[in-house]
Write a protein that binds this ligand. Structure first.
Ligand code: FEO
Length: 167
């Protein structure tokens, strides 16, 4: 059984994962509208992955005797300033999510809920991968230079099909 405190922070995480899904969908749609197929595919895939994350939290809360609350989700920005800025915003968002996951890990220890502590380790690893994959793309953008978007878009195309999780 989850403690009230853990139930609350896990529910807050449902909303954060939901917002991440919306944010990536907004980025995907923006890139799609600009004809950047590879970049939009990457963001669409990321959107699907965040939906899965949200679902994992919802199911876990219910499984452990809590009540998952399906939240209202804020509207993400409609416009991005550019490709590099979109990936920078993605990295910043992932760093915020990592902090939030780490905060939950701390609360698991405080509350002596070792089951949730064990369960959430998957997200600890996932956050490390997500930050590193976005950072890798930003490094690539820097390497190619801002003027070489076409090449970056082609390059990223092969990385993930829309809706597919990263390897
Ligand atoms: Fe589910 Fe990208 O954090």
């Amino acid at each position: 059984m989850l403690t009230k405190k853990l139930e609350k922070v896990l529910n807050e995480q449902v909303e954060k994962e939901g917002y991440a899904a919306q944010l990536y969908l907004a980025m995907a749609s923006w890139a799609d509208g600009k004809g950047l197929e590879g970049i939009s595919n990457w963001f669409y895939a990321q959107h699907m992955e965040e939906l899965e994350h949200m679902l994992k939290f919802v199911k876990y809360i219910n499984e452990r005797g809590g009540n998952a609350i399906i939240p209202k989700i804020d509207q993400p920005p409609r416009e991005m300033k550019g490709v590099k800025q979109a990936f920078e915003a993605a990295l910043e968002h992932e760093q915020m999510v990592t902090k939030s996951i780490n905060n939950i890990v701390g609360i698991c220890l405080e509350e002596k809920d070792f089951t949730t502590h064990n369960w959430i380790q998957w997200f600890v690893d996932e956050q490390m991968e997500e930050e590193s994959s976005v950072q890798g793309l930003l490094d690539k953008i820097d390497l190619l230079g801002d003027g070489n978007l076409y090449m970056f878009d082609r390059d990223i195309m092969g990385m993930r099909a829309a809706g597919e999780s990263p390897a």
